[in-house]
Design a protein around this ligand. Structure first.
Ligand code: GLV
Length: 310
């Protein structure tokens, strides 16, 4: 029983060690290490080349995404048929995403970019600073990560709302859903956080049509996927004042091209797609537990639904 591993980060040694601890009878091999591909039953991968999983591994029982998103797998029209694709749901990836969301919500809430600018200009100017209950934070995408972010933002006292594809009910959060619920959601959000998966339905959802429904001077934080955002429309919304600031962890093209207007825009904050990353010391146990479920004849947890796209 073998697991094949592929990442674009330098994390193989770490995962190998923790997978060994979590599943001692599982042989683990890196994508490029030679070996018997027919013995491979599990793949733990990030962005495998299209068609390769089907071509190389005839006996796959499950494909585990190394990230929470599975768009990098579902974009492959040549996947092995009938093999479940499993989203990475592990506490430290979730924690990292929540840290990112809370950091950047608080940064805008406390007007930190303004005070940084004042410091650069040697300006001492007191600006009224409301506390959290007067700041409306809305999260698009109410899965594990969205709900964990809401939990911490709620402890801080923010006025919270959420939007999701299907109806959700979360105590203390005003929940909206579906395209019909979007306007009511957007008109009452000061800081919009996008954590949606990238699917055919969410492609380019952060476009002018959506941004125009936000209050003037709103903030946008996108830690979902670059494909969710219309980058020209975001720049236009910044320039018109519809958006006061934008923090982006993800981009249509990654790495962000050298000449992109986001790099030098004074109201854009860029991070290199590292808001949340699965940690081997925590994630290996989740993968091992799911492999045990499969070996016991159960379906793995957190299976992606190819029809829904996530
Ligand atoms: C990262 O982008 C992830 O999908 O976890």
């Amino acid at each position: 029983m073998t697991l094949i591993f592929k990442s674009d980060a330098d994390s193989w040694a770490d995962w190998r060690q923790h997978l060994r601890d979590a599943a001692p009878d599982l042989a683990c091999r890196d994508w490029d290490e030679p070996g018997d591909d027919d013995s491979v039953e599990f793949a733990l991968v990030w962005k495998p080349p299209f068609g390769e999983l089907r071509r190389r591994f005839r006996n796959l029982k499950a494909i585990f995404s190394l990230g929470a998103g599975v768009d990098h797998l579902l974009a492959d029209s040549d996947l092995p048929p009938g093999v479940p694709i499993v989203r990475m749901v592990e506490p430290e990836l979730t924690r990292g995403m929540t840290e990112y969301v809370v950091l950047h919500v608080l940064r805008y809430h406390r007007q930190t970019p303004l005070f940084e600018e004042q410091q650069r200009e040697h300006v001492w100017r007191v600006v009224p600073t409301p506390t959290a209950p007067k700041r409306r934070v809305g999260i698009m995408g109410l899965g594990v990560i969205g709900q964990d972010s809401l939990r911490v933002l709620s402890a801080l006292g923010f006025a919270l709302s959420g939007w999701s594809r299907t109806a959700k009910s979360i105590p203390g959060v005003t929940c909206h859903h579906g395209l019909d619920g979007l306007t009511a959601f957007l008109t009452e959000v000061d800081i919009l956080v996008c954590l949606l998966p990238y699917t055919a339905d969410t492609d380019n959802i952060l476009n002018r049509n959506l941004l125009d429904r936000l209050p003037r001077g709103a903030y946008l934080i996108n830690a979902g996927r670059g494909g969710l955002q219309d980058e020209d429309d975001i720049l236009a919304a910044l320039d018109s004042g519809r958006l006061a600031g934008v923090t982006l962890d993800v981009f249509r093209e990654e790495p962000l091209p050298a000449g992109h207007a986001f790099w030098d825009h004074p109201n854009v904050t860029i991070t290199p797609h590292n808001a949340g990353t699965a940690q081997a010391w925590s994630g290996a146990a989740e993968v091992a537990a799911n492999i045990k479920r499969i070996r016991d004849g159960q379906a793995p947890l957190n299976i992606a639904d190819p029809a829904a796209g996530y």
